[in-house]
Design a protein around this ligand. Structure first.
Ligand code: ADP
Ligand code: MG
Length: 254
């Protein structure tokens, strides 16, 4: 029996800004339903890697695959645009900054993409948006504009908005870093719920406790390379590399 291809496969990812190489050959397989956390010091290339996965950054070398389809394809022009748009719709991305449309309500923020990009009717898109707002604990906030929501609520709307495209995987880049500490748990809870539902996720985080709880696999990056990777109990509790130990020591001392 052949095993299914991983949901996300990265091979030899390299990325340079000018002469500065910030990703120096990253390999990663994420199977369907698996949760991978990426940790590492500021500037180590975590965001660049995540942005490369859904082609917000053009990589210099390597291959990116989503569910058996190569993301960085040899297509050009309009065919490439169509391909990339389709791929991006299949990966939900959540950033530190929520990037909600300020002039739209929570319900409209969640329902707009399925209407515009998937041709869903308003009624259909709004029904889906209501279900998703309920799922992230915001059933009563559909009519609220982002300015009236807390950071934690905004981030949960952003997650619902990403889910509205029914993605194959979710990418989180420090989704809780901009939040007041008391609002972090409500967002982490939603991410844990997604993990329990077998959503495939790559999570860049500086919260070691959350990474330990939620991840199947942890990657420690430094200087554009994966220094160490493995199950959380190994990487976070018994790291073999001095750079990992140094990072965790500093991080836990903060
Ligand atoms: N648009 C850009 N232009 C030039 N350099 C960049 C750009 N984005 C990121 N970098 C550099 O790439 C390196 C990795 O950045 P980043 O991926 O944001 O790291 P992290 O998310 O781990 O903090 C850093 O040295 C950063 O200064
Ligand atoms: Mg970053």
């Amino acid at each position: 029996m052949t095993s299914a291809a991983p949901m996300i496969r990265l091979r030899g990812i390299r990325k340079s800004y000018g002469s500065h190489e910030v990703l120096k050959g990253i390999d990663l397989d994420v199977d369907q339903g698996r949760i991978v956390s990426i940790i590492g010091p500021s500037g180590s290339g975590k965001s660049t890697l995540l942005r490369s996965v859904n082609m917000l950054e053009e990589i210099s070398h390597g291959e990116i695959w989503l569910d058996g389809v190569q993301v960085n394809s040899a297509l050009t022009g309009r065919a490439f645009e169509t391909h990339i748009n389709r791929i991006r719709q299949q990966m939900g991305m959540v950033f530190q900054q929520f990037n909600l449309f300020p002039h739209l309500t929570a319900l409209e923020n969640v329902s707009i993409a399925p209407m515009k990009l998937k041709g869903k009717s308003k009624a259909e898109a709004e029904a889906l948006a209501r279900t998703l707002l309920e799922k992230v604990g915001l059933a009563d906030k559909g009519g609220a504009y982002p300015a009236r929501l807390s950071g934690g609520q905004k981030q949960r709307v952003a997650i619902a908005r990403a889910l509205a495209m029914q993605p194959k995987a979710m990418l989180f880049d420090e989704a809780t870093s901009a939040l007041d500490p008391e609002l972090v748990d409500e967002v982490n809870l939603v991410m844990k719920q997604l993990a329990a539902e077998q959503m495939t996720m790559i999570i860049v985080t500086h919260e070691m406790r959350f990474a330990a709880e939620v991840s199947d696999h942890v990657l420690f990056m430094d200087g554009g390379v994966v220094v160490e990777q493995g199950p959380p109990e190994q990487v976070l509790k018994a790291p073999t590399q001095e750079r990992t130990r140094g990072f965790l020591r500093k991080h836990l001392a903060q």
